[in-house]
Design a protein around this ligand. Structure first.
Ligand code: G3I
Length: 401
């Protein structure tokens, strides 16, 4: 058994790092490593004594492919919704806290640390053999107001060190991947493409290298990620973002900054048309060429056509996911996929007033289009064609090893 450092509270999670999910991209896998990896991964999907490969779940399809599948989850939903919990247990090898680990959730007021929800997720992961990704250490939108003010006034790195220390100090032994910096690029403002956040303002462009170095010092065995969105379409903004992000990654690699992987969020959007397979393929090739692994961290689909039938809408979503994963999983550097939620009833993607406005008069009877249908399970937790698309993409892709 392993003590969580800060409180001495016992966790049911055993020391991890048996399943180094990004490792094949970094080292040549020997036969013994390979066998150890397969058996660890098989253990990860075995639930309550059932054989690991009894059914083709997303977890087993990914594991057979030497990759992982998982999802963002919310602790209160896992606790209160048994059907969601069951699906998460059955389908995921990875779980990611959707909001609970953000700085503004962990420390909403200075010095008042709220670890209960993440502790509960750690327990869930431990009892169900799930791996955990830490989302997210530094994110401008996940930073509490008090920290903004202090960083602006003092420009004191000790605040960042303290925040990393409290999260990694408590969860470092059970978290395999940390998203160290989330969404650092912003197109159209600075030549270096860095988003004008409080971190840039307080510490200058070096804050990303400092954050990664700090994280490595505290979590020497974890995989460290930069996570970014808006990288999928052949439109000017996304071309620019891919370019600027690549330049950032090149600078970090040249300076030997500890960085293991790029997280590509994968928020697909049918309003933008179709993902560009050539652009994605070239970009992933360039990222992998820098010696980095790649993880799809937040896959989901915003719909464009809310007036079609549910069957048609589900088909459009699934086709787009297939188009995306076919090119992504063709790449050996891609270690796995997590969706941003499992069921449409939990999605952050909502049908917005502007969506209604695009279809004037479509819902005269007041019925409306229901929920956005961009996740693998519908609101009754029934698998949709997107589920099949993910599973088939794993099955069709060349195995990672
Ligand atoms: O917990 C409070 C609750 O107490 C309060 O009553 C309620 C009133 O609005 O708000 C609740 O907080 C909300 C939180 O989700 C938990 O439900 C926040 O307002 C809301 O902003 C927050 O949204 C999350 C958002 O990140 C910001 O943290 C979304 O659920 C989450 O899906 C979204 O995820 C982001 C990733 O972290 C980064 N990449 C983009 C992705 C989608 O935006």
């Amino acid at each position: 058994m392993l003590a969580i450092h800060a409180t001495g509270r016992k966790s049911r999670i055993r020391p991890r790092f048996v399943h180094r999910s990004l490792e094949p991209a970094r080292v040549t896998t020997s036969r013994s490593n390979f066998i150890a990896g397969v058996s660890a991964a098989a253990t990860a999907v075995a639930v309550e004594g059932k054989p690991a490969f009894a059914a083709q779940t997303l977890a087993s399809a990914a594991t057979r492919n030497h990759r992982f599948f998982g999802s963002a989850v919310r602790v209160d939903q896992l606790d209160n919704e048994p059907d969601l919990r069951g699906v998460a247990v059955r389908e995921c090898t990875y779980v990611v806290p959707e909001v609970e680990m953000n700085w503004n959730a962990i420390e909403p007021f200075y010095g008042q640390l709220a670890f209960e929800k993440v502790d509960a997720l750690v327990d869930f992961a431990g009892s169900n053999h799930k791996l955990l990704r830490g989302h997210t250490l530094l994110w401008h939108l996940g930073t509490p107001g008090w920290a903004f003010e202090m960083l602006r006034e003092r420009r004191d790195w000790a605040l960042i060190e303290r925040h990393f220390g409290s999260l990694i100090g408590r969860y470092g032994s059970v978290i395999e991947q940390w998203e160290v910096v989330n969404e650092p690029i912003d197109v159209g403002y600075r030549l270096d493409g860095l988003r004008e956040t409080i971190f840039l303002e307080a510490f200058g462009p070096d804050y990303i290298a400092r954050a990664l170095t700090q994280a490595r010092a505290l979590a020497p065995r974890a995989q460290l990620l930069i996570n970014e969105y808006g990288l999928e379409y052949d439109v000017a903004e996304e071309r620019e973002r891919r370019y600027l992000l690549l330049k950032l990654l090149e600078r970090l690699r040249r300076a030997n900054v500890p960085l293991d992987a790029l997280g590509v969020q994968g928020h697909l959007d049918l309003r933008k048309g179709h993902v560009s397979q050539p652009a994605i393929g070239r970009f992933l090739e360039d990222v992998a060429g820098l010696g980095l692994a790649i993880v799809v961290t937040e896959l989901d689909v915003k719909e464009a056509d809310y007036v079609a039938t549910a069957e048609q809408r589900d088909r459009l979503v699934a086709d787009e996911v297939r188009r995306y994963l076919d090119v992504v999983l063709a790449h050996g550097a891609v270690a796995g996929v997590t969706t941003w939620g499992l069921s449409d009833r939990h999605s952050w993607l909502l049908v917005m007033p502007e969506d209604y406005a695009r279809f004037p008069g479509a819902w005269k009877d007041g019925s409306g289009p229901g929920l956005n249908r961009g996740l693998p399970f519908d609101s009754s937790m029934r698998p949709k064609p997107m589920y099949d698309a993910i599973r088939e993409a794993f099955s069709a892709a060349r195995s990672r090893n």
